[in-house]
Design a protein around this ligand. Sequence first.
Ligand SMILES: NC(=O)c1ccc[n+]([C@@H]2O[C@H](COP(=O)([O-])OP(=O)(O)OC[C@H]3O[C@@H](n4cnc5c(N)ncnc54)[C@H](O)[C@@H]3O)[C@@H](O)[C@H]2O)c1
Ligand SMILES: [Zn+2]
Length: 372
Amino acid sequence: MKILNKPYYGIYFGKNYYKLLKNYFLNKNFFSKKIILLDINTKKYCLHYFLSKTNLFNKYYIINLFSGEEEKNIYTCKKIWKKLIKLNADRNSIVINLGGGVITDMGGFACSVFKRGLNFINIPTTLLSMIDASIGGKTAINFFSLKNEIGLFNYSKIILIDKNYLKTLSEDEIKSGLSEIIKYGLIYDINLWNLLKIRVFSKFLYDKLLYDKLLYEKLLYEIIYKSINIKNNIIEKDYKEKGLRKILNFGHTIGHAIESYFIYNLNKRLSHGHSIAIGMICESWISYKMKIIKKTEFEEIYNVLSILYKKIKIYNSDIYKILYFMKHDKKNQNKKMKFSLIKEIGYCLYNIEVDYELIKESIKNHFIYDRK
Ligand SMILES: NC(=O)c1ccc[n+]([C@@H]2O[C@H](COP(=O)([O-])OP(=O)(O)OC[C@H]3O[C@@H](n4cnc5c(N)ncnc54)[C@H](O)[C@@H]3O)[C@@H](O)[C@H]2O)c1
Ligand SMILES: [Zn+2]
């Protein structure tokens, strides 16, 4: 049984750890209220299982939200806070964020500022939230169409990873999580990258994996575990993102802007992971054009990502809209655009200033279409 147990928070793998959670609820029976925050999908697919594992039947309250990135905003937070007030939630209450990254990001934020801090724990139910969003203490909501503009650092006390929740996820959502796993390989662990690359090229990961349950489970377990360790190693060294943690933003400067452009300009959803995959293609190209990464390595990255992720369409006349979102990126300093760029596979640099024109070119080169 594998555990990551830090003094301020613990990450636990596998359904055996529901025992620990039950004890946690029991020993801390001063928890005046147990409140489960979820969205329509996790209510439908995850709640019953969670209750059966924790024996919380009849001993909980629910805050039920709509699903999707566009819900991760201040209006939904107001809804959460009103409900918490109605439930008389106090500092002895505990909120259980049962969901993907939207629920863990927004739930973490809403709890952290409510009455100056409510206890919360994360039960991630998407691949992406298991290996990334639910861990590392970043909580946030989008504001003024800008991603994660309002937020704070605060650890979830407990994170329980149970891959049983993945069974009801769509293929698109699995792919979305896979994109952040690919990112870990590219920025930090060439072995992880090679493992994924072989699977992709042999068409293993997708075609076969999804139908070969045992293999899928085994491989998934391995890559989830590896990914969490990579993220933990990085945040242990730099929790508040003063330096090294910035490498986790590889693909995100352009990726976040594209994600926002889809939601706020096109009124469509492009999953977080898909957006980041597009961002990783553009940012690897920038790295190659700046002579930071070799052409062959850029091509390797491009090939893997373009097998897994569908090309998107961005109209030429819309490029300034994407640049608008980028100008507000939190990594910028003194109005300069700062990027995290791959130097070689498995190693990433940060705080690299990139020329405005090159950013435009990176998108134009790969994803621009003229309006007919
Ligand atoms: N805090 C961080 O460090 C961090 C890191 C990466 C991403 N994020 C954030 O995470 C968010 C993306 O997370 P996500 O991809 O999990 O999005 P999400 O929470 O929107 O989940 C994706 C979809 O899957 C559904 N869903 C969740 N669990 C399910 C299940 N078990 N079965 C069926 N459907 C299920 C959800 O209802 C939603 O429709 C973004 O807002 C991103 O900014 C945060
Ligand atoms: Zn991300």
